[in-house]
Design a protein around this ligand. Structure first.
Ligand code: PLP
Length: 401
């Protein structure tokens, strides 16, 4: 008889955001007139930039005529988009990148989850905690061994460099959920650790466009040696509102090698190309044309204005959390604000209290890992007026509790 993958039994019962949706739906059913404000989601809410819309309209028109029609695209994505990424994202950082280091995809979630295909099963994986749940869940599905790297105010939410040897380390900065960023110096310590121990770093910089402090690195490749030990994931989702359009990219430097079980060096770029050409058919021509428009002068200005809007909203949330003494972190170079529950209340109890008494939805910190207990995440991907209303409700609830 065919056997199911038993590793799935090690996963949390439900995906965090499904759990939240269920609780909110149950509350709505009981209170159909409740005016619920959702500050929990990580999805963008502002429309796409006009430059992107225009480019995608044109791409649809291209597909309406035989002479300009586009079917299956190249395995790594269109060269014109990869060249724009090299020029637009890496050259300004002083990072030399080759278009063949880059693989266009349908967003960072798939690749952060699928990248394990090119590594041996049974890998020991270090994952910062609290964390975007996809890294933990996908590694559990493969039967890998997870070692949590606790992130707290004591280590600026960037983890202590492990004493033990890990095969793989996942880092995400600016961070989801804590909104923390990593300094150049600390990132260098992680790169040095990887070079010394032979570990591979999976660096998720899906939120790099939110960085406003010029001292904070946007890419791990700004650190010397990273091309020998790191893969980087980027996305147009949060940079340019592509959560529904779908386009992102993964960087695997052409000289990045790991050893196979026989001790022989294997080129990961070549392995990933083999994997992608077998299992993936690329982001659509239309999405890639939209992504290219992000690098135009207008596209840049328009997407920056949208991120500025979210960052201003984040500031409003931070100030409210500060005022009521919930010790906010993040929100300055990231869309997320991480705060402590009052009196170290359990994260889900605080979630339920806010839903029932203020009709505001946040994300309970414990849903992001054990170190998230006693904390919660609020997103700035929300309407400005609704955010102000939500903050007023939370303020009045906490002040009168
Ligand atoms: N990485 C992080 C840290 C995220 O928070 C998210 C989405 O919330 C993703 C990746 C996935 O983004 P995408 O829409 O590109 O799949």
């Amino acid at each position: 008889m065919v056997k199911a993958n038993l590793n799935f039994s090690k996963l949390p019962q439900r995906y965090l955001f499904l759990d939240i949706a269920k609780r909110v739906a149950a509350f709505s059913e009981k209170h159909p007139d409740a005016d619920i404000i959702r500050m929990g989601i990580g999805d963008v809410t502002r429309p796409l930039a006009p430059a992107v819309i225009e480019a995608m309209h044109k791409a649809v028109d291209d597909c309406a005529a035989s002479a300009t029609f586009h079917g299956y695209g190249p395995e790594r994505g269109y060269l014109w988009l990869r060249e724009a990424i090299v020029k637009g994202d890496y050259a300004p950082l002083g990072v030399q990148m080759n278009p063949d280091d880059i693989f266009i995809n349908d967003g960072a979630k798939s690749d952060t989850g699928n990248i394990g295909d090119v590594l041996a099963p049974g890998t020991t994986v270090g994952i910062t905690d609290p964390v975007y749940p996809v890294y933990v869940d996908t590694n559990l599905m493969r039967g890998n061994l997870i070692k949590y790297i606790t992130c707290s105010a004591e280590n600026d939410f960037t983890g202590d460099i492990p004493k033990e040897k890990l095969d793989v380390v996942y880092l995400c900065y600016p961070n989801n959920p804590t909104g923390a960023v990593i300094t150049r110096n600390k990132l260098k310590q992680w790169v040095d650790y990887a070079l010394e121990t032979g570990a591979l770093i999976m660096y998720d910089s899906a939120y790099e466009a939110f960085i406003r402090n010029p001292k904070i690195p946007h890419s791990i490749y700004e650190i010397e040696g990273a091309r020998q030990c790191a893969i980087e994931f980027r996305s147009f989702s949060k940079t340019a509102g592509f959560t529904g359009v779908r386009c992102g990219y993964t960087v695997i430097p052409q000289n990045l090698k790991v050893k196979d079980e026989r001790g022989q060096a294997v080129n990961l770029n070549a392995l990933w190309e083999r994997r992608q050409s077998c299992k993936f058919n690329g982001a659509s021509y239309i999405s890639q044309c939209g992504a290219l428009a992000v690098y135009s002068e207008q596209g840049r200005a328009q997407t920056k204005a949208t991120i500025d809007y979210y960052l201003e909203t984040a500031q409003i949330i931070r100030e409210c959390m500060q005022e009521i003494g919930l010790n906010p972190q993040g929100g300055e170079n990231a869309p997320y604000i991480w705060a402590q529950t009052p009196g170290s209340m359990d994260s889900w109890d605080f979630f339920d209290m806010l839903l029932e008494k203020a009709q505001v939805v946040i994300t309970p910190g414990s849903g992001f890992g054990p170190a998230g207990q006693g904390s919660f995440r609020i997103t700035s991907f929300a309407d400005r007026q609704r955010t102000i209303e939500a903050m007023n409700r939370i303020k009045s609830l906490i002040k009168h509790a």
